[in-house]
Design a protein around this ligand. Structure first.
Ligand code: MG
Length: 391
């Protein structure tokens, strides 16, 4: 069974009263749309995902996806995301455009989801997919708990029996050939895809929806969404470790400071073991591989280079993903040279290289009590920890 996800993000969101459509509004360090996308890309049962966008929104869409590429390295399979599909004048026209685009990959089932519902869970996706084993269409819905009244111009007329009424959510799931045929044959617009399926005579089943899977419609909804993710600050730590051997030379470069010594450190770059460990710690916190991934030692352009280039790149990647590097801690392990007299200068050099305040940077040193390769004076090792925070 091959399942596709289709996220409908072509609306203008006029009720929000903001110039930027609601699906592109910032939410918890990314956007409303990116939250919905992550739910689909993170679900093992969804093989391919397409997003239907308004033709004017390509730039907003690309910006909303910033960071997903990096998250692929962190284990999220963004390769399953196909290029965006241009939507039409109505919701139905947009969904049909998306289904026609998906038809090329011939999925068995499709989950059609409103981009303005950022909090769908993997469990809800699974529940809809499970229901599709027995019927051609299924969707999550919630019962109505409030009393319902029909009224005209504020004048109450009659109660409405609520026992059989349900509030529809998305993702709405369908067997793909059936919903494609239903949309192709549908005239005019519809409130959702279940309406299109029913008009085509498809049997539809309800599965229990989730209150947190609400649709962002008004500015108040967006505030509520931001409050609910506000507590979920993303705090990460990464570690780094590096070793360089002593060789010929009359100085070593450690954490950006040239320290006179009777030997040098061997390496492709300036062999700044401290900066290398710190760079790896930041890449580690981001889940973006290591220094060798970004700066292959086989590439001649990094020969003899100032290692601040590597460290700055790691900080840049953190910034691009809206993380602040809030603390760096580096321990240099060697018998000699003495680090203590240079530690202040090293902190200042690291601060200058990264634009991080010096009081958020620590450099310290230890010997290994003459044990091991550092104890025998064969080289210098460095350990580092980086702390990153995304509000
Ligand atoms: Mg190194």
């Amino acid at each position: 069974m091959r399942t596709a996800g289709l996220i409908v993000a072509a609306g203008r969101g006029l009720r929000l009263g903001a110039p930027t459509p609601k699906q592109y509004q910032p939410l918890g360090g990314s956007t409303v749309l990116a939250h919905a996308l992550r739910a689909f890309l993170g679900h093992p049962g969804v093989a391919i995902v397409r997003v239907v966008i308004h033709p004017d929104d390509r730039r907003l869409y690309d910006a909303a996806l910033d960071g997903l590429d990096a998250e692929r390295l962190a284990g999220l399979d963004a390769d399953r995301l196909g290029p965006p599909v241009a939507g039409g004048a109505t919701r139905c026209a947009s969904v049909l455009a998306g289904l026609e685009a998906l038809a090329q990959s011939a999925p068995d089932r499709v989950l059609i989801h409103d981009a303005a519902r950022p909090f769908l869970s993997g469990r809800l996706i699974s529940a809809v997919l499970d229901a599709l084993d027995g019927v051609p269409a299924a969707f999550p819905a919630l019962s109505v708990v409030d009393a319902l009244w029909r009224a005209t111009g504020g004048a109450v007329e009659a109660p409405v029996e609520r026992a059989d009424l349900w509030r529809a959510q998305t993702p709405q799931g369908f067997r793909f050939p059936e919903i494609l045929a239903a949309h192709r044959g549908h005239e005019g617009d519809a409130a959702d895809d279940v309406a299109v399926a029913r008009a085509a005579g498809l049997a539809v089943r309800l599965v229990p929806g989730a209150e947190e899977n609400y649709k962002i419609t008004t500015a108040a909804d967006l505030d509520k969404a931001r409050r609910s993710v506000g507590g979920a600050m993303d705090i990460r730590t990464g570690n780094g470790f590096d070793v360089h051997a002593f060789g010929l030379g009359n100085s070593v470069t450690l954490c950006g400071v040239v320290v006179p010594f009777d030997r040098g450190l061997v390496g492709h770059s300036d062999a700044d073991v401290g900066m290398h460990a710190l760079t790896d710690a930041i890449f580690g916190a981001l889940g973006e591989g290591d220094i060798g991934h970004w700066f292959p030692p086989s590439d001649p352009q990094w020969k003899g280079v100032d290692s601040a280039v590597f460290l700055r790149k790691a900080v840049e990647r953190a910034t691009a993903r809206r993380f602040a590097v809030t603390h760096l801690d580096c321990t240099l392990i060697c018998e000699a040279p003495k680090i203590g007299p240079h530690a202040g200068a090293m902190r200042a050099a690291l601060a200058a290289a990264t634009a991080i305040e010096p009081d958020r940077i620590s450099v310290k040193a230890t010997t290994s009590e003459r044990l091991g390769f550092t104890g025998r004076g064969e080289g210098i090792a460095a350990l580092a920890t980086a702390t990153l925070v995304r509000p």
